[in-house]
Design a binder for this molecule. Structure first.
Ligand SMILES: *[C@@H]1O[C@H](CO)[C@@H](O)[C@H](O)[C@H]1NC(C)=O
Ligand SMILES: *[C@@H]1O[C@H](CO)[C@@H](O)[C@H](O)[C@H]1NC(C)=O
Ligand SMILES: *[C@@H]1O[C@H](CO)[C@@H](O)[C@H](O)[C@H]1NC(C)=O
Ligand SMILES: *[C@@H]1O[C@H](CO)[C@@H](O)[C@H](O)[C@H]1NC(C)=O
Ligand SMILES: *[C@@H]1O[C@H](CO)[C@@H](O)[C@H](O)[C@H]1NC(C)=O
Ligand SMILES: *[C@@H]1O[C@H](CO)[C@@H](O)[C@H](O)[C@H]1NC(C)=O
Ligand SMILES: *[C@@H]1O[C@H](CO)[C@@H](O)[C@H](O)[C@H]1NC(C)=O
Ligand SMILES: *[C@@H]1O[C@H](CO)[C@@H](O)[C@H](O)[C@H]1NC(C)=O
Length: 617
């Protein structure tokens, strides 16, 4: 039966091949029903031309799933010289599905190859781009129907199916990838584009246009959030602007940059749906270059209040150019918190891989740079990793560390500093203050979950008036090697999601052991989690024990971000507090000293710091 119907289908196509239209070739799904066939006397108007081919528009149908645009691949100057924008042409060519890279995550794009018999039927025809936001508008929450699971595109298992293989009919009203696929090869206009990120290393820029968006933050970026149905919202209403077809260069951009309208063609390449502009847009507005400091300041007259900062300082070693800027951020934007949680402190000779693991020169250099601009000298504590065993930049031996103001805090006395492989644990004392065997100490350093990864650093602190609290400084394994939000694998591959989940579980076990000894223990866990709260499966182990300080402080959800990646402003850095701290009320802010930079090159780190104030009595 199947054989008979495909035979009939083939006969039908063969018979009508001369009357094939662009919408027939595009079809209503991802793969062309004509793939591998040669179509003759196909007609269309040339909408755009680049160095590797040109784009056609054909008759529209009522079915928005079938694009009426199509790319004709040819870098032959004979072919390219034959056609001009506005020409109505007929041609014969082969339909193919092209993958821009061999990466398994790239979708194929439908295109025509080896064009022949090009006949110009008329010239100077009017070309009308699809005006996005007016003629068609992208969905704002979901990427793909294949993102099954409670966490939407962040669900596990990941890569449970692939778009190209399932090849389902498009649902452009519901899913962002389907929307952009339904415009494949079309000339579109993006009115009033706004940048959502810095350019990538190829000068490509992410934008949204004058249409409905979700997650818009005060800077003009789009923050990853939850949709009204509780499923994560990854902002598929954004699109990346690739290299202009006329060889001009896109301008530099930052979050919130406004551009002149962009007209260009839609195609899939390198993991995303792109618009390739016919020419580069110009910058028409830039956001306020003045970045305000935090309004949270230490209260030196209040023995119960502790201010803290949390900052991934990106591969900090003694001689890096961004060290003085990090010092200024801590002094002038975070207002000299009593305690700093820092991540990515490298050893004394940075990425040189020669067995050096000490970071005392790195930390002293940072502390001195801060003292130079504040007259306050922090003390520091950290534990060296075993050489080359904690991941990060090869040879750098990154680790987490604390800086603390000696007038405000000291390490709770009575415990030695732990070694690289010593596991911290807590035991009961008559005072109900749990006692740490090591202070500071590392959580479960020999666990497989922490193999080739930075171990969490636990510390027990005491104030001059005898109050105490515990902190955990984390830097979970990075998402390196994960697949793009708009790739073939659905849900996208999130590496190594099982390991990060296990890492959170080992920290949760430790937190539980403290709370078992004293349910009203003061605990602050902060750092770079390399994961979003929207990936609920990863953070689930800690949820029974600690509360997200963004929730406790009531930070608007769209302002919860510390990182900008591809289309999204997103939160990788988090702070969690115990109920004793949450119940007394908190202050908290994300300070966008880096992700509000006017240029990528002036950022001190890829992460923004955060600052908070908690009450420990
Ligand atoms: C294609 O068009 C040419 C003239 O342009 C015509 O001679 C030929 O018969 C047409 N072929 C089909 C299959 O319609
Ligand atoms: C997703 O899984 C498929 C099938 O196992 C595999 O071929 C593909 O390489 C995977 N994709 C990624 C990005 O790992
Ligand atoms: C196309 O139209 C423009 C004016 O709109 C005219 O200057 C030009 O000569 C026309 N070109 C052709 C090939 O007809
Ligand atoms: C994620 O996808 C990768 C690649 O297909 C696979 O190796 C891994 O097991 C998946 N992990 C989960 C938790 O689904
Ligand atoms: C770093 O530690 C080494 C070894 O303990 C010591 O000799 C050196 O003086 C220290 N340097 C600084 C800047 O603290
Ligand atoms: C640091 O102290 C010096 C000498 O007292 C003073 O001149 C300078 O203004 C102080 N700087 C800051 C940032 O407080
Ligand atoms: C805590 O660690 C010490 C070693 O520092 C060990 O002797 C003790 O048994 C551990 N306690 C628990 C409850 O694991
Ligand atoms: C730790 O990671 C390394 C490098 O990825 C690997 O070779 C080793 O087998 C891992 N060890 C464990 C215990 O998982």
């Amino acid at each position: 039966m199947a054989k008979l119907s495909s035979l009939l289908l083939w006969i039908t196509y063969a018979a009508v091949a001369s009357a094939v239209s662009i919408t027939d070739i595009q079809g209503i799904a991802w793969q062309s029903p004509f793939v591998g066939q040669t179509v003759s006397n196909l007609t269309g108007i040339v909408t755009a031309k680049g160095s590797s081919g040109f784009y056609l528009v054909g008759e529209k149908t009522d079915d928005i799933r079938a694009s009426n645009g199509l790319f004709v691949f040819s870098s032959s100057t004979t072919v390219l010289n034959k056609v001009a924008v506005g020409n109505l042409i007929s041609l014969t060519a082969k339909v193919q599905e092209f993958r821009s890279s061999t990466a398994p995550n790239d979708l194929t794009g439908t295109e025509l190859a080896s064009p022949t018999n090009i006949v110009v039927l008329s010239t100077n025809n009017t070309i009308t781009p699809v005006i996005l936001g007016k003629d068609r508008s992208p969905p704002t929450q979901l990427f793909s129907a294949l993102d099954v699971g409670p966490d939407g595109f962040l669900s596990v298992p990941n890569n449970s199916s692939q778009i190209d293989t399932v090849n389902a009919p498009l649902q452009p009203d519901l899913y962002g990838m389907d929307f952009w696929a339904s415009l494949e090869g079309q000339l579109v206009t993006i009115p009033k584009p706004v940048g959502t990120a810095f350019p990538n290393s190829f000068g490509e820029i992410w934008v949204y246009g004058d249409w409905e968006t979700t997650g818009k933050n005060s800077r003009g970026g789009l923050t990853m959030t939850f949709g009204p149905d509780g499923i994560p919202d990854g902002n598929p209403e954004t699109v990346i602007i690739g290299a202009p077809l006329d060889g001009t260069k896109n301008p530099a951009t930052a979050v919130g940059t406004g551009f002149s309208d962009i007209t260009g063609v839609v195609l899939f390449q390198f993991g995303f749906y792109y618009v390739l502009p016919t020419t580069a847009p110009t910058v028409i507005s830039v956001p306020d270059p003045v970045i305000p400091p935090s309004s949270i300041v230490p209260d030196l007259s209040d023995a119960c209040s502790i201010t803290f900062g949390d900052y991934n300082v990106e591969n900090l070693s003694p001689n890096v150019a961004h060290l003085p800027t990090v010092a200024t951020h801590i002094a002038s934007f975070l207002n000299m918190p009593d305690l700093m949680f820092v991540q990515e402190i490298q050893d004394n000779n940075g990425a040189t891989d020669n067995g050096v693991v000490d970071a005392n020169v790195t930390l002293t250099t940072l502390v001195n740079a801060i003292a130079k601009v504040s007259n306050i000298t922090y003390q520091f504590t950290s534990i060296n990793p075993v050489d080359d065993q904690d991941g990060g930049e090869p040879g750098g031996n990154i680790r987490t560390a604390y800086l603390y103001r000696p007038d405000r805090l000291k390490l709770f006395p009575g415990s030695p500093v732990g070694g690289s492989l010593d596991a911290v644990n807590a035991t009961a004392t008559p005072s109900r203050k749990p006692h740490l065997n090591f202070n500071p100490g590392r959580i479960d350093p020999t666990s497989d979950f922490w193999n080739v990864s930075r171990k969490p650093l636990v510390a027990h602190w005491e104030t001059p008036s005898g109050q105490d609290f515990f902190t955990i400084n984390v830097h979970l394994e990075s998402k390196g090697g994960s697949s793009s939000t708009q790739g073939n694998a659905r849900p996208p591959v999130n590496l190594p999601v099982e390991k990060r989940t296990g890492q959170v579980a080992t920290v949760a076990d430790f937190v539980k052991s403290l709370l078992d000894l004293n349910p009203s223990a003061n605990i602050v866990m902060a750092g770079d989690f390399n994961e979003f709260v929207e990936t609920r499966s990863v953070l689930a182990p800690i949820v029974p024990f600690l509360q997200d300080i963004d929730d406790v402080a009531g930070i608007p959800v769209v302002e919860r971000y510390t990182y900008v990646f591809d289309q999204n402003s997103e939160q990788l850095d988090h702070v969690f507090v115990s109920s004793a701290i949450a119940s007394r009320g908190v202050e908290f802010e994300h300070v966008h000293v880096n992700n509000w930079s006017p240029k990528l090159s002036v950022r001190a780190s890829d992460h923004d710091p955060s600052v908070g104030k908690v009450h420990i009595c």
